[in-house]
Design a protein around this ligand. Sequence first.
Ligand code: SF4
Length: 472
Amino acid sequence: MKIELKGHSFEDAVRQILQLFFDINSEFDVITELDIEENIYIAKAKITLGTKQAEGEIKERFSSPDKRQISDLIKKSVFFACRKLSDMPAPWGISTGIRPAKTARMMLDEDKNDSEILRYMQEEFFITPQKAQLSLDVAKKEFGLLKNRVENGVGLYIGIPFCPTRCSYCSFISQATAHNQKFVQPYVEALLKEIEETARMAEDLGFKAETIYFGGGTPTTLSPENLNILIKKVKKSFDVSSLKEFTVEAGRPDTFSDEMLGVLAENKVNRISINPQTMNQKTLDRIGRKHSVEETIRAFEMTKKYDCFSINADLIAGLPGESIEDFQRTVSDVCELSPHAVTVHTMYLKRAARLIDDFEKLRFADNMDKMVQYSYDFLTEKGYNPYYMYKQKNTLGNLENVGFSFEGYESLYNIYIMEEIQTILAMGGGASTKMVKGDRIERVFNPKEAADYINRIDEIIDKKRKALEFLR
Ligand code: SF4
């Protein structure tokens, strides 16, 4: 691929749009050009793909445009040209950011009404009416929930990078416990140390934990004893007097036991995520999850015996070999289990995109778009509301992941992390601490591999201590 820029340097913007429609490794030439005549800015794009050629052009009047406005203008010209060459659904138009509800929320902050917001999203970004409505729905939920934040509140994230087996599509560095048993105990010891030291830093900064999230990996892969020790350590070390939400991801239904649930209940965990991903046994076997649909159903039944947990269920649209009908069955079967919240993820297609031809890609993306729309229609009909959303960057179709919940069962942690309005102190392998100070954000990352994390724990704590100086 050859990209030529004339009169501007927004190559990233050009690439972001091309990636919505084509494999970036395809043989094509792109020429984009920006001309300015008085206050009229004219962006032109010409794409040559084999024997096919298409052009796009747009003019807008600006008095003194900022970088984002120019970048959007370039994107629009490339988008018009791509549209002529490809049928790929691009329901988010030129909106390629990972937080698609942010524009709608900022407009709510400015007291804009619904029709102004919907019109702006469709006209400025070429977002379809359905996706614009979804953004507005999510933004309104967030708008209400973000008002009641705890002063000096932070989120705590504890990462447990172990799983019973490794799923074929896993993009985390999660280790199957069967092969890594020897790391588990030293990992817990190192994590206890990081929790204690991070709590000292938090106390020094006057932070109060508003949410706690045990994620991974699969935290419930740990023994109930280890889980109990870790949870108690967190609750004893941090100021949890303002704690509103405590989530533990119990992603794999095959890690459920009465003992584990008893530990979570005793420690006042109030949100559990059970992740069926699909209710189709053939798919579960194909993707290496090594648990059965019956185990998923049993996990729900066991959890529901306790009335202290709200349950979230994670699903994935576009799992290998699944038809739209398979996905539809999964959505309705999961709803039968009455979770309080359902999160629908879209399959990460970047890797798959290289391996399949153009027709397959189109079918893939089109099916995904239909699955995602189906989940929205079905779940909202059942009384679930979309409350948080994010997109994976640079993926075919550029589709969204959406959290739905019954009223009052929204996850604050998910909203806060997505909106980047609160510091997240993260502990454990692969955890990333996000420090928010006004409009500025800094991050510090822990190593992903368990062995690396264990061996470098003192250095990790030191690095975090220095990084947190940013918040003073
Ligand atoms: S459960 Fe999640 S973290 Fe664990 S292997 Fe599967 S995809 Fe990866």
